[in-house]
Ligand binder design. Structure first.
Ligand code: COA
Length: 558
């Protein structure tokens, strides 16, 4: 089928649908919803059988939906309408004695927003989590199921059915756009649970506006702080970039803030934003963005860094934790990343906010390279990169440093740097990528700018295995497989073989030479006369909207 994807941005859901549909052989093209004339033109040029809209902020023009069936993904259950569907679901939480359920509905566009005939509605159980995390997991999986089902029925001549308000599954209702006032925190009254719900309802976007230590900020990345108390609203502690703020019945960690009263209005680690105010706070334990656990001869490193972005400091901490794991009596080390992201490479926001972004880029890339080298040169343990969440750019190549790369089935990879102003990239990618995929595939992977699903990544050799339909499933199977590896009597032979191959590779070309060559090119990206990387980073972190769809996506314009 010829399918035109129409979206506000090529976000994670649009990317996932793109790879699922491409994998099934559909002819795809994509247009950003810039204005009605562009949409009309795209439909005219591509001649799609249908338009799929996974993420739109505006209505589709009438002449378009009258001409071609337009299927719109709405992140709410049957009957729900409005632009803040998930925000309301998270904010209002579970009502007592009720299963906390939500859903995704695939509608056929008509003259009214979110009110078209229904192709499919897929329910799911809610979880206590930020909106963006629910979107990346439950909403995405439900949307994929709804779209695949609808396409099958569409191909067989099926039709959508009008919405029936007395349908048992009609859990939703029309809701207005959520305002800041709807989620504003009253620190003198709100409990920890209420504060968490409010912050999570706007995390990643748009955050909850608040004042903290006299600063105008939005709050993100909140977690319960166990065992800490204080005057409600007061800052009581700090820990690894986060600050802890007391509520009426406990306290919360706040990991990230976006300041509104500074020139650099970016989401950043809270300690960085608050500076002196944070430095004065007592240090406490409990904000967990990096931890180690161990069972059955397997060491696990969890590093759910916010948005998968890794600052120099985070890379250094992770390296220290990795080295400590290597000193333990374990035979297998699982690099587990986080549930939402495994890694998206160097922390572009922290770099942007630094006095010298070029120097901070240099410092961070060297820190992530040190980590990659430590993984690559571990001769006496087997390492597994276990990707429950997506990975992008340097994050993908860091994963390839491990001996085994396992991914959850629905993970999307973006194994390229080109989109960031033609950044050359490091993380020893010139060694690890051809080692796995061969030279020809390696060239194709780095030249591409498209997202890659796990099926393709497996075919190309980037991924050794893909399994598990959800995070819990995936983690459980990783546990079983890692335990089996650790107990495998053949493990010493595997490790001998690993050391032999590494020594042979080192003799052909030392790791230091790969790194020096990559960094020579990166030095030009950071300090050279071409500012493309700095411009692309600025546009990325400040979310400068794209004025047109790149040609590698808008195939109809090629
Ligand atoms: N540094 C800082 N923030 C990052 C980041 C990075 N390397 N990668 C992603 N993020 C942030 C995004 O800004 C976004 O922030 P938000 O919470 O304010 O919305 C959030 O993570 C989610 O990213 P988003 O781009 O919306 O996710 P996606 O699934 O649509 O796209 C990527 C995933 C990886 C394609 C995209 O995030 C990307 O290109 N990241 C940059 C990768 C990179 O170039 N790294 C540097 C070179 S190693």
């Amino acid at each position: 089928m010829r399918i035109l994807i129409l979206c506000h941005a090529f976000n994670s859901l649009a990317q996932r649908l793109y790879v699922e549909l491409a994998e099934r052989g559909h002819a795809l093209s994509l247009e950003f919803d810039v204005n009605d004339a562009v949409t009309r033109e795209a439909v005219g040029l591509f001649g799609p059988d249908l338009v799929l809209a996974p993420f739109l902020k505006r209505a589709i023009p009438e002449d378009v939906w009258r001409r071609v069936p337009c299927l719109v993904v709405h992140p709410g259950p049957l009957g729900d309408r409005g632009p803040s569907a998930l925000d309301w679901a998270v904010l209002e939480g579970a009502t007592s004695n009720q299963d906390w359920r939500w859903g995704v509905t695939l509608l056929q566009a008509n003259g009214e927003m979110d009110a078209g005939d229904v192709w499919r509605s897929v329910p799911f159980a809610m979880r206590e989590a930020p909106k963006a995390s629910l979107y990346r997991h439950e909403v995405t999986e439900a949307a994929v199921a709804a779209v695949l089902d609808a396409l099958e029925r569409f191909a067989a001549g099926g039709r959508p059915t009008p919405f029936d308000p007395i349908d048992q599954a009609a859990l939703g209702r029309p809701r207005p756009a959520m305002r800041q006032a709807d989620r504003a925190i009253d620190w003198s009254r709100d409990t920890t649970a209420a504060v968490l719900r409010k912050i999570r309802s706007g995390d990643g976007m748009p955050g909850v506006r608040d004042r903290i230590a006299g600063r105008e900020v939005s709050l993100f990345d909140a977690h319960p702080a166990h065992g800490l108390r204080g005057e409600p609203g007061a800052l009581v502690a700090r820990c690894e970039g986060a600050v802890c703020r007391a509520t009426v019945d406990g306290a919360v960690w706040i990991g990230h803030l976006k300041p509104w009263d500074s020139e650099i209005s970016l989401k950043l680690p809270a300690e960085l934003v608050l500076g002196e105010e944070a430095a004065r706070l007592p240090e406490a334990q409990g904000h967990r963005d990096l931890w180690y656990e161990e069972a059955d001869g397997v060491g696990w490193l969890h590093f759910p860094f916010y948005n998968g972005a890794m600052s120099a400091r985070q890379c250094e901490r992770l390296l220290a934790a990795y080295q400590a794991a290597c000193r333990r009596d374990v035979r297998v080390i699982v690099l587990a990343g986080g549930d939402d992201f495994w890694s998206n490479g160097i922390h572009l926001n922290v770099i942007e906010a630094a006095g010298s972004p070029a120097d901070e880029s240099w410092r961070t890339i060297n820190a992530i390279d040190d980590l990659a080298r430590a993984i690559l040169t571990t001769g006496d343990r087997l390492t597994v990169a276990a990707l429950a969440g997506n990975a992008g750019a340097g994050g993908v190549f860091l994963a390839l440093a491990a001996d085994r790369v396992w991914t959850r089935d629905g993970v999307v990879l973006n194994p390229h740097y080109k989109g960031m102003g033609n950044l050359y990239g490091s993380e020893y990618w010139t060694y690890v990528l051809p080692r796995r995929a061969g030279d020809e595939h390696a060239r194709a992977v780095t030249q591409a700018r498209l997202p890659m699903g796990t099926a393709e990544a497996h075919r190309l050799g980037l991924v050794d295995d893909r399994f598990g339909c959800g995070v819990a499933d995936f983690r459980a199977e990783v546990r079983d497989r890692a335990r089996a590896l650790a107990a495998d009597p053949a493990l010493p032979l595997l490790l001998d073989d690993k050391r032999r191959r590494r020594d042979a590779d080192e003799a052909v070309k030392p790791l230091a030479a790969y790194r020096a060559e990559e960094l020579e090119r990166m030095r030009l990206n950071f300090y050279g006369f071409d500012p493309s990387y700095h411009v692309a980073r600025y546009n990325f972190v400040f979310k400068v909207p794209k004025s047109r769809t790149p040609l590698y996506l808008a195939r109809h314009r090629g």
